[in-house]
Write a protein that binds this ligand. Structure first.
Ligand code: SF4
Length: 356
């Protein structure tokens, strides 16, 4: 790892580790990093091996590929049959979009939803479906694309919206009937650039759980951990922005307004977590013509969970990936059983890459 950034400065990291140790004062800190980028960063930077023994890090449901439900993958496959990473996620029977593509389905990887819009413009006789996955970070770009589709009067473009929202899943984790062992959240930096702090307020006010928006460099993460440990020491939970160079406390009101125009909250299915009320985004009725669900009459089928895969427990922070019996044996990045081993930001893939 290059140590050229001040946010990777070894002396600063050492000072923060000392501050963390003091704040912990022997107390345990079980924190969940919600975002897959944090998971990878904790491993890649070597932080994991430096953290005090009292600190346990749990990976959360913040990798969009990992939380895409089996039924949603089945719906894509059905769609592909009719006419990045997600291509490799196995669906029912181990079949993936990659298989469908190999069998001739017209599936293209695009870098932006605008590319999909351009494909629609270039192919006016075809219907182009953009697969919208991801959280509050990516959904505004899809909303902006819908605005452009309207402006360009492209009626052969639609969106299969499987977007998911972070605050409702955090509430669902804390409300889990089997209990929740998470004592603090490292909140996702990218999502928070859109949301700001307010939507997370309930974590501290209702559940008394410290929650810190953190950046992705070692200094950022250690600073966030210090704040969490100090809040726990002082019994003063709060939502704090420790990533001010990228995140404003108010988030991005323009992006949220765009989202609000085209989308509304809807119930959504999460892999391993099941249905969570108002945790997804559906197109508003005024934009039904762009809604692939309605336009192509797509329904999510009942799909049994992948046999043996414990992604759900990994995503809830109940187990770490090596505790899954398939980890590193039947399930590896070359031959993934579940999505947490497919995505480069999946916790199983991170544990496999850095710990085996
Ligand atoms: Fe699922 Fe594989 Fe992770 Fe086990 S190791 S939880 S099978 S992705």
């Amino acid at each position: 790892m290059s140590l050229s950034s001040p946010y990777q400065d070894p002396a600063l990291c050492r000072a923060l580790l000392d501050r963390l140790q003091t704040a912990l004062d022997g107390r345990e800190l079980r924190f969940m990093e919600v975002c897959g980028t944090h998971t990878v960063s904790i491993f890649q930077s070597g932080l994991r091996s430096l953290l005090p023994k009292e600190v346990t890090h749990l990976s959360g449901p913040g990798c969009p590929v990992c939380v895409t439900h089996d039924a949603e993958v089945a719906a894509f496959l059905d769609l592909a049959g009719r006419d990045g990473d997600l291509l490799r996620v196995p669906g029912p029977g181990g079949r993936s979009l990659k298989h469908a593509q190999a069998q001739g389905a017209r599936i293209e990887i695009v870098y932006s939803p605008l590319d999909a819009l351009n494909i629609a413009a270039a192919n006016p006789d075809d219907t182009v479906v953009f697969l919208g996955i991801g959280f509050e970070t990516t959904a505004p770009t899809v909303a902006a694309t819908l605005m452009m589709a309207e402006q360009r009067k492209l009626d052969n473009f639609c969106v299969l919206s499987l977007h998911k929202l972070v605050p409702p899943v955090l509430r669902a984790l804390l409300d889990d009937k089997d209990g929740c062992d998470v004592q603090a959240f490292l909140l996702p930096g990218h999502v928070s650039t859109i949301l700001g702090l307010e939507p997370y307020g309930f974590l501290a006010s209702e559940y008394r759980v410290p929650a810190v928006v953190g950046g992705f460099e070692p200094v950022d993460i250690l600073q966030a951990l210090c704040i969490m440990a100090e809040q726990r020491r002082d019994d003063a939970p709060a939502v704090v922005n420790a990533y001010q160079r990228a995140v404003s406390d108010q988030g991005n009101p323009r992006a949220r307004a765009l989202l609000e125009t085209y989308f509304m909250p809807s119930d959504a299915l999460w892999r391993g977590l099941g249905p969570i009320p108002n945790s997804g985004l559906a197109l508003r009725p005024a934009y039904e013509r762009f809604d692939a669900m309605k336009r192509l009459d797509i329904t999510l089928p009942d799909v049994p969970p992948l046999p043996g895969c414990r992604c759900g427990q990994v995503l809830k922070g109940r187990i770490t990936p090596p505790q899954c019996p398939l980890f590193g044996k039947a399930c590896t990045p070359a031959s993934p059983v579940g999505p947490c081993m497919v995505s480069t930001e999946g916790s199983c893939a991170a544990y496999f890459k850095y710990m085996t």
